[in-house]
Design a protein. Structure first.
Length: 135
């Protein structure tokens, strides 16, 4: 269930939620999840993701609360570079935005002592809770 234009609307699938969110974004409105429904929405979102995006979410959930480096994620997913990883992350963010929920993957970029850039990623706490409660 989502709140849309002051009404509580019941959706049967993640696709319905995404379609409603897309409709709302075209007319300047937003879709707000009623409290207590965000875990179900996150679960539906993850279920609707392509396999590579699901794999990344499940990797981050497995190491939670610790962050995973870009190198670890690339190695685990057998990706050739950060551009491929960035594409997967962008897809997850785009789908979350369409579903009207906050980003579920957080990112931090640091510089090491020798100047090299280190990227760390972790699953947002509500997303971890939703996936841990999934049956």
């Amino acid at each position: 269930k989502v709140m849309f234009r002051g009404l509580e609307v019941s959706c049967n699938s993640a696709e319905d939620v995404l379609a409603l969110a897309a409709l709302a974004s075209t007319d300047g409105n937003s879709v707000r999840m009623p409290q207590g429904r965000s875990q179900q929405t996150i679960q539906s979102l993850v279920e609707s993701l392509p396999e590579d995006q699901k794999q990344l979410i499940h990797l981050l959930n497995k190491v939670w609360p610790d962050p995973a480096t870009d190198r670890k994620l690339r190695d685990e997913m057998e990706l050739s570079g950060n551009k491929k990883l960035a594409g997967i992350l962008a897809g997850i963010s785009k789908m979350a935005k369409r579903a009207g929920i906050n980003p579920i993957v957080k990112h931090q970029s640091l510089r090491g002592r020798t100047g090299e850039r280190l990227h760390r990623y972790w699953l947002e706490g509500d997303a971890h809770a939703a996936l841990s409660n999934q049956k």
